[in-house]
Design a binder for this molecule. Structure first.
Ligand SMILES: [Fe+2]
Length: 547
């Protein structure tokens, strides 16, 4: 069957298309609208439908709205309860519930020809669960979903077997590990529901000296759920205004909340494993983007394998909702082929854009030479904007819309954070040839194609690739498989030949506050406004004078 999945309620509006159990396309609306996360994560901003992403999914597959068998919406208003009854303060909640109930009508307006009766509501955490266990490379797995909130809960622990989900536990609101982490994000002057990864990065600068205070307030309940009580953050570290300088107290508080999150997640995973007897764990929900916690789950939960949906945030529910309904209808679900599920452009289209923009460029049809020119630029300490293939679904650049740089110079971290207008405490990540990864990186799982785990950098390598080593000696690695990413593998090989380093710096191709680059025009705008030495786009090289 043909199912269009839609996420449109809390964060990260997105659409995905599943045809006969195969993921054909998935994209976030922000890549089209150029508004990060689709909208500001203000208390009520549910009106943004992923119209452009949905239309593109259909166009990509050559389908009309009338060809669809179902459209899924990853929130079930029939399960929702008023916020007051859930112990949440959320004066806009009634609007959200009304909006969700009316979603079939809104969708029919955005996608003319859609019969509103075709819209199927999928419970929010079931949609997350589908994005993990059904999209994973292995069939049949346990699944743990943790996020801020769904209809009236904040977690799901279950097992998918034969395409069918058994739910073992679900935590009811107001208890929420996601909202707890978001509260701290807000207290530290960062943007709630958006900047949680900054708290994780900050945690590396602190020690968890408030554990005695936090442990009694955030604790597992022994039945697959947990308790999160209100924390008086101000008594532990002073509230920060946006952009205000953080101090040691703030880093220590971040470290405490991070460690406690890891401890509770481990308990939840062990409970699930005991309950199900499973050997494979899959994860989704915004909390599953916490790669430090994921590494501990991989190392200590007792599961043989841990797989995390790369679009673990709400965007992934578009995909998971569609997969869940397809599986329920009896379709055999294929694992997702990779995270490159968004828009792609052929050389003819890219060439036309370059000519329209009257940008001097060179066409290089030989991939070996394209890789060699890129590696030479990086070896000479240039920064390369890299635009190849289809764009990534999820928040990480995985070598399709990336900024690449030389990891040998510590100053390149600062340089890239400047290009992107990011805080200087935030790390950038290494990309490494899969077959060389184990020489340099340990502890986290290898291969690690989606940058969802942290690894320890071998002491002998720390001084050789300082730009990608975080303050605690770790790195969030992406391994590059030669078969799946032949051109990037060639760049890494050529760079290694020139420098003795099989590693390059990889960070997302965007400038401050903007979504990742998606189409060639975005790439040219980014290249035009940022100190980038070379743009490698399809088979074309665009050089800054002097490079
Ligand atoms: Fe969610």
């Amino acid at each position: 069957m043909k199912v269009l999945g839609v996420n449109a309620l809390f964060h990260d509006p997105a659409a995905a298309l599943v045809i006969d159990g195969t993921v054909v396309a998935a994209a976030e609306e922000e890549r089209f609208s150029r508004r990060k996360h689709g909208h500001r994560p203000v208390p009520f901003a549910a009106w943004e439908l992923p119209e452009q992403a949905a239309r593109w999914c259909l166009e990509h597959a050559g389908l009309d709205v009338g060809d669809l068998d179902a459209v899924t919406y990853s929130f079930d208003p029939a399960l929702a309860e008023p916020a007051e009854g859930l112990g949440l303060f959320d004066p806009w909640d009634h609007l959200r519930r009304t909006y969700a109930r009316e979603a079939p009508g809104f969708l029919a307006t955005a996608l003319p020809g859609l019969d509103p009766a075709q819209v199927r509501f999928v419970p929010h955490h079931v949609a997350h669960a589908g994005s993990a266990a059904l999209a994973a490379p292995c069939a049949d797995a346990d699944v743990l979903v943790l996020d801020g909130r769904g209809e009236c809960g904040s977690s799901l622990a279950g097992t998918y077997a034969g395409g069918e989900l058994t739910v073992h536990a679900a935590q009811r609101l107001p208890h929420s590990l996601g909202l707890h982490y978001e509260d701290l994000t807000d207290h530290l002057g960062f943007l709630r529901s958006s900047d949680e990864f900054k708290v994780m990065a900050l945690a590396s600068y602190g020690s968890p000296r408030f554990l005695d205070e936090i442990r009694p307030l955030v604790r597992p309940d022994g039945h697959g759920g947990f308790v999160t009580e209100r924390v008086d953050w101000q008594s532990l570290a002073k509230r920060l205004a946006p952009g205000e300088e953080w101090g040691q107290d703030h880093a220590d508080l971040a470290a405490t909340v991070q460690v406690r999150l890891e401890e509770v997640l481990l308990e939840l995973a062990r409970w699930l494993r005991e309950r199900s007897g499973g050997s494979r764990l899959t994860l989704a929900g915004g909390v599953a983007l916490n790669c430090v916690a994921n590494t501990r789950l991989h190392a200590e939960s007792g599961y043989d394998e841990v797989w995390v949906q790369p679009a673990a945030g709400d965007a992934g529910t578009a995909l998971g909702g569609a997969l869940h309904v397809a599986a329920g209808a009896g379709d055999r679900i294929e694992p997702m082929p990779g995270a490159d599920l968004g828009r792609g452009w052929d050389d003819e289209e890219i060439g036309a854009r370059l000519r329209t923009a009257q940008v001097p460029h060179e066409r290089v049809d030989d991939p070996a030479r394209l890789a060699a020119e890129t590696a030479a630029c990086l070896a000479a300490d240039g920064v390369v904007a890299w635009f190849q293939g289809r764009s990534e679904f999820g928040p990480r650049a995985l070598g399709h819309r990336s900024l690449l740089a030389n990891p040998a110079h510590a100053v390149n971290l600062e340089r890239l954070n400047d290009v992107k207008g990011r805080e200087q405490f935030r790390p950038v990540a290494p990309m490494v040839l899969a077959e060389r990864a184990a020489e340099i990186f340990s502890r986290g799982p290898l291969p690690s194609p989606y940058m969802l785990f942290v690894h320890d950098v071998a002491p002998a390598w720390r001084d050789r690739i300082p730009a990608v080593v975080h303050v605690d000696g770790t790195a969030r690695v992406q391994t590059v498989d030669r078969e799946q990413e032949p051109l990037m593998a060639r760049v890494l090989e050529e760079f290694d030949r020139r420098t003795g380093l099989p590693v390059v710096v990889n960070t997302s191709l965007n400038t401050a506050g903007r979504p990742m680059v998606d189409d060639p025009r975005d790439a040219l705008e980014c290249f035009g406004s940022a100190p980038v030495s070379m743009l490698v786009i399809g088979s074309f090289l665009v050089r800054r004078p002097g490079w």
